[in-house]
Design a protein around this ligand. Structure first.
Ligand code: PLP
Length: 454
């Protein structure tokens, strides 16, 4: 299995700050990394410059001695596509470099990424502290499924970073939050909560699905980033996938009591600890263990075909985000002046602490492409608006090239109680839009006619 997937070395020539990377290194711009990041340059067999889809389950092993080393994780190479594959590897390297991370693991879905990100650290009897503003599926994972595994989630208000400290005890293994949680669309205080985590030796895991490149969690102190690559990274609504990116700087090795999964001997690897295994190959213990234990045992592997789709998606991600953002601003401004709309939820319009965080964390004047609004006439008006749309699709997704709309309280968040819905920011008249790449005038025209009819 290829476990060594650090980004390719810093290029010699454009020794120029990327404008998106922090002080870590002088790096190429994201537009360039999206096309060239990682060690893949061309296929050594055919010379193909596009990453081939290695549609194979298994890989020919070297002689028996080489095979021993591969299975013991002492040598880099692929064994079996459940655990690694060259197409997946190329995607992981490119994504890790784009995120200024050390290494990445691609998975079958965003849900697998968030579940594995936690299960890599927490076991029965442990807890995590999470911001309450979460995607409904993540909420259900934490509040019900992880609970049934004996892992407690303590939900706190993201607006109060010290709430994370108050909810922490000796069995707390991670903090978790979305960088730009919908439906509230208030940017999470990444640096502030990462700082609280440093006091206790707890990593902050940030789901950056709604804001790749726009928010840079690792540069603000997060330890791990997770993605549903299904959204903006894929970009075309064709493929389900997820990823975990390890920033490579969290001091796991110094925190033996806090992280037993990394520090206790693992019987399935001859009684070695993951700290030892990683040190032996000069790699990162967190991301090494997710692959070698959770992906090995639970599966949730990304298919080579989907890994290819996400490589394609990355290539145009910076370009697409620019247009998504421009269109979203136009739509938000239109809604702000509409008499049937009581409130528009969009980072550009936020004031107070939320406005300050939007200013601090959102880059280059981007606000993301999610726009929420509330209809004055509540739930029935929200439903009627959706039913009258002609151009925008009514689907439970975000980050598609097409514009999408949904009424969360009766769909994505319907499994939550009314109280839980309000805690995540879903009111009865709330409509969420994911603004796509159509001409903005056509998007606005469709919204205008659906509002008239609502
Ligand atoms: N995280 C966020 C913020 C999401 O919006 C979603 C899906 O909507 C997920 C995670 C789950 O991703 P997937 O559908 O790829 O499993």
């Amino acid at each position: 299995m290829t476990i060594h997937n650090p980004p390719s070395p810093v290029p010699e020539t454009p020794a120029q700050s990327s404008g998106t990377s922090g002080p870590r290194s002088l790096r190429r711009h994201p537009e360039t990394i999206a096309l060239h990041g990682g060690s893949f340059r061309f296929d050594p067999v055919s010379g193909a410059v596009a990453v081939p889809i290695y549609q194979t389950t298994s890989f020919q092993l070297p002689g028996t001695e080489g095979a021993d080393k591969l299975f013991a994780l002492e040598a880099a190479g692929h064994l079996y596509t459940r655990v690694s594959n060259p197409t997946q590897d190329a995607f992981e390297q490119r994504l890790a470099e784009l995120e200024s991370g050390a290494a990445a693991l691609a998975l079958a879905s965003g849900q697998a990424a968030s579940a594995f990100a936690i299960l890599n650290l927490a076991r029965a009897g442990d807890n995590i502290v999470s911001a309450a503003g979460l995607y409904g599926g993540t909420w259900a994972l934490f509040a019900a499924t992880l609970k049934s595994f004996g892992i407690e989630t303590r939900f706190v208000d993201a607006a109060d970073p010290e709430a994370f400290a108050r909810a922490t005890d000796d069995r707390t293994r991670a903090y978790y939050a979305e960088s730009l949680p919908n439906p509230k669309l208030e940017v999470f205080p990444i640096a502030e909560v990462a700082e609280v985590g440093r006091r206790f030796g707890i990593p902050l895991i940030v789901d950056n699905t709604a804001a790749p490149l726009v928010i840079r969690p690792l540069e603000h102190g997060a330890a791990i980033v997770v993605y549903s690559t299904t959204k903006y990274i894929g970009g075309h609504g064709t493929s389900i996938g997820g990823a975990i990116v390890d920033g490579g700087t969290f001091p796991w090795k110094d925190l033996a009591n806090r992280f037993p999964t990394l520090h206790e001997p693992d019987p399935s690897y001859h009684g070695k600890t993951w700290i030892e295994k990683a040190a032996a190959i000069d790699f990162h213990p967190y991301i090494l263990r997710v692959r070698a234990v959770l992906l090995r045992d639970i599966g949730a592997a990304i298919s080579p075909q989907n890994a290819f789709q996400f490589i394609q998606g990355l290539e145009t991600l910076p370009l697409r985000l620019r247009q998504h953002n421009e269109n979203a601003v136009k739509v938000a401004e239109f809604l702000k002046n509409h008499p049937k709309v009581s409130r528009v939820i969009f980072p550009k319009f936020q004031t107070g602490a939320a406005g300050e965080r939007a200013e601090k964390y959102l880059r280059n004047g981007y606000y993301g492409a999610l726009v929420g609004f509330e209809l004055r006439d509540g739930r029935e008006a929200g439903r009627s608006f959706i039913d009258n749309l002609q151009l925008l699709y009514h689907v439970a997704n975000i980050g598609d090239a097409r514009s999408l709309a949904i009424h969360p309280s009766t769909t994505t968040h319907s499994q939550l109680t009314a109280e839980e819905q309000l805690a995540t920011g879903v009111t009865p008249g709330y409509v969420r839009l994911s603004i796509g790449l159509e001409h903005w005038e056509d998007i606005v025209a469709d919204i205008a006619q659906a509002l008239e009819a609502a």
